[in-house]
Design a protein. Structure first.
Lengths: 313, 461
């Protein structure tokens, strides 16, 4: 007689943990993440919302700010979720829980949380009167493409912090490590800080770099006017050389002849970045790398958490 | 002027190394090691760490010393003011900082070994040569804690023949209850084998509530982890005839373990907590109604029915403990182990809890409980296991039997006094662990002989 008992497998266990996480969303006040995301999004759109999608400089700084918001949201979502209940995970793992189910449940739950946060971010951007372009690259709808890009940035950052949460033993260590991860992402995004050599190569390993590339690609950065050159020239208008004011003459001529827009666009054409090429393949590449990163971080999270049995008292 | 200053610094540097070596030579000799180890850079910290029981730190410092040398050599071969020089410089700083941290640990070990205050660190760290000379040459500075360091060769009075008898005596019952035949539980720290437990043999029949008694560091949790298979030992553990280690995937569902801390998600309801535990731990063949019945039974047994819809966070300490027990009890374990279930509970609630555990035990199960306040509930226990740490710091079995037999064996009137008798003197105890471990070996030897004589006619029949 075969009296071997069967216990719940990975998929069934994932369902159990998913149910638990959704209950926690209500009881443990995880929903507070959502208004917090709205507040951060509001602050950022207030600061950078005017010039985004209008000029290269405004687009770059605005997209960078949005990437920062997404990474911040993603990091905060799951930086503590595993380490705060590490002892429980250890006990449950010893009693038959599959680590893959546990992480799988977190991945699904965090995916929904990130989607909600991205939705809130887009909503805030919309009501802040950001002048979004109309056309997308993949779906022909800018809003869908842009939302998907923001979601991927948030989710990849979320998975990175999930891996950190699986590595550290307590919440204090997690919160100590988080700023370093954040700074690394922001510095090596390759957006605002000019990098070259080995440092530039490092950007390929950051979520921020691919996130920024996706957003700037969608914003059609390369076809936008560049205003910083004009602004710099404008500062020297009063400069006098041998009784003449050549820069004032130059700027006045440009304005009088109505060629300012042409000048700005011409300036922009010399400031194009191949990483932001308005191209389907380019956008898909950025998405692909963010998805790969999210998957790698999830696998790392599983491998790290499998060591939980070795934890000492 | 600056050259003169540099010369003075150099002279001080070399003189300090020489004096440190001389002082360390004497320190090592006082600790029973060869003094010439002090002559070896890196090796001196390795040996010092070894004698003051910071052998891990000693090995790390030795390793870092080698790294430092390699980096120094590498620095000679790379062009100056290149990026590689910067990386090597950074690596040297990291190595030196880590080395400093581990040397700090070794110096702490020296202070402890010599029975001196940690404040001596303020001398050891900046002026290790002065500290080494004082510790090495001052006759008032003698190692006082060397006697308690691990010595693998130190036996606690139990000779191999006696151990063999215990094994034979204990290991013949395997079909019912829990049979523990633990030869040794060791850990490996770098290159050293360290014994945590050794020679623990006993058999617990079903329907037993057992007290696991022992002072701090006697190996109670280690033994529990070995029995449950969480941390395997060189042992054979049988639960109702099934080998726990060999059939671990099946047996882990038959063993319940309630740790000292409440491992509960506080922001979930009591019912959902138990329901999830039931779904995870009960077989899929069990029908939904049977599962609900099992949950109701646990709620009823543990007195949780009235507050089952409330959040765990809102419950009292005693209730939380009951919920913790419930999450384990739900899978109807054959062996149920609880680590200090009564910690933080008052006497009345603790007694109620042990009454519940007694009821659970007397439904054909084995319940093993660790508690530091055993006397208030001792009459409920059927058996007591006493673990003691011998002079080699190895956890050993000092007694296994009924509580009244234990009192008679140790000549004490309470369990707390038994703990006092086996605890080390520096822990405020009587330091008689070795004596009782040896006595128990003889006790088993005698009883084994009687049992063999008693069993002989049956075998002949």
């Amino acid at each position: 007689m075969n009296n071997v008992k069967h216990y719940r497998g990975r998929i069934a266990q994932t369902g159990i943990y998913l149910g638990k996480l959704f209950r926690m969303f209500i009881y443990q006040n995880d929903w507070k993440m959502l208004p917090m995301a709205a507040v951060i999004a509001g602050a950022v759109t207030f600061a950078v919302g005017n010039n985004i999608f209008k000029t290269q400089e405004g687009t770059l700084s605005g997209c960078f700010a949005l990437v920062c918001v997404c990474i911040w949201n993603g990091f905060f979502n799951s930086i503590q979720v595993v380490c705060r209940e590490r002892a429980i995970v250890k006990r449950e793992h010893r009693a038959g829980m599959h680590i893959t189910s546990y992480i799988g449940a977190h991945m699904i739950y965090q995916m929904l949380l990130c989607l909600m946060q991205t939705g809130i971010l887009m909503f805030i951007c919309s009501i802040a009167n950001m002048s979004f372009p109309k056309e997308g690259i993949i779906t022909n709808n800018f809003y869908i493409d842009f939302t998907l890009s923001l979601f991927l940035i948030t989710y990849a950052a979320d998975m990175a912090s999930l891996a950190i949460s699986c590595y550290v033993k307590n919440t204090t260590a997690a919160m100590t490590l988080m700023p370093f991860m954040l700074i690394f992402q922001l510095i090596f995004s390759g957006g605002l800080i000019y990098l070259e050599g080995a440092a530039k190569k490092l950007t390929g390993f950051t979520i921020a770099r691919w996130g920024l590339a996706a957003l700037c690609t969608l914003a059609n950065y390369n076809s936008q006017p560049m205003v910083s050159l004009w602004n710099e020239i404008w500062k020297f208008r009063s400069m006098t050389i041998e009784g003449q004011q050549p820069i004032k003459i130059f700027t006045d001529t440009i304005i009088q002849e109505g060629r300012l827009n042409d000048f700005l666009l011409e300036s922009g054409s010399y400031n194009q970045d191949p990483a932001y090429l308005y191209d389907k393949a380019n956008l898909l590449q950025s998405w692909k790398y963010m998805i790969i990163m999210a998957v790698i971080f999830a696998v790392i999270a599983v491998l790290l958490l499998k060591r939980v049995d070795k934890d000492k008292r | 002027m600056s050259e003169l200053f540099l010369n003075i610094v150099d002279i001080y540097h070399y003189a300090a190394i020489a004096l440190f070596t001389i002082g360390l030579w004497k320190v090592l000799e006082k600790c029973g090691a060869k003094g010439w180890w002090a002559l070896l850079p890196g090796g001196r910290y390795f040996k010092l760490g070894d004698v003051v029981e910071c052998d891990n730190a000693g090995i790390v410092v030795l390793f870092l010393e080698i790294c430092y040398c390699l980096l120094w050599i590498a620095g000679e071969f790379v062009p100056h003011e290149s990026m590689s020089t910067g990386i090597i410089g950074l690596a040297v700083i990291v190595v030196v900082l880590i080395q400093f941290a581990f040397m700090f640990r070794i110096y702490t070990g020296v202070c402890f070994t010599f029975g001196k205050s940690w404040r001596w660190m303020f001398l050891w760290v900046p002026f290790n040569w002065i500290a080494a000379l004082i510790f090495g040459f001052n006759p008032k500075f003698q190692p006082v804690n060397l006697g308690i360091r691990l010595n693998e060769d130190l036996k606690a009075g139990t000779d191999p023949a006696t151990i063999g008898t215990i094994r034979n005596y204990m290991s013949h019952i395997q079909d019912g209850g829990l049979t523990v035949m633990l030869k040794e539980r060791t850990v490996r720290d770098f290159n050293k084998k360290r014994y945590l437990l050794k020679d623990i043999y006993f058999t617990i029949p079903n329907n037993s509530l057992v007290l696991l008694l022992g002072g701090s560091g006697s190996g109670k949790t280690t033994l529990v982890n070995a029995i449950t298979g969480y941390e395997k030992a060189n042992a054979e553990i049988y639960l109702n005839g099934q080998n726990v280690y060999e059939q671990y995937e099946l047996m882990k569902y038959k063993i319940g373990f309630v740790p000292q801390q409440d491992l509960l998600r506080y922001n979930d309801t009591v019912l959902n907590t138990l329901n999830d535990a039931a779904k995870l731990r009960l077989p899929t063949s069990m029908k939904r109604k049977d599962r609900t019945d099992a949950i109701d039974e646990v709620l009823d047994t543990l007195g949780l029915v009235s507050g089952k819809s409330g959040l765990v966070s809102k419950k009292s300490g005693g209730m939380k403990k009951r919920i913790s027990i419930g999450t384990e009890l739900i899978c109807r374990p054959e062996l149920f182990i609880l680590d200090e279930p009564d910690s933080g509970l008052d006497g009345v609630i603790a007694r109620e809890l042990f009454e519940t555990l007694q009821k659970i035990a007397h439904t054909g199960r084995i319940v093993i409980a660790i508690t530091h306040t055993p006397d208030r509930v001792i009459n409920m226990f059927d058996k007591v296991i006493v673990l003691a740490r011998d002079s080699g710091r190895v956890g050993r079995l000092a007694f296994y039997g009924r509580p009244d037999e234990a009192k008679e064996f140790f000549g004490k009137d309470s369990m707390e006094n038994i703990i006092m008798a086996i605890n080390r003197k520096d822990e405020g105890g009587e330091g008689r662990a070795d004596e009782f471990i040896a006595k128990y070996a003889e006790y088993v030897n005698e009883h084994s002989g009687n049992e063999e004589k008693e069993e002989l006619p049956d075998e002949q029949c």
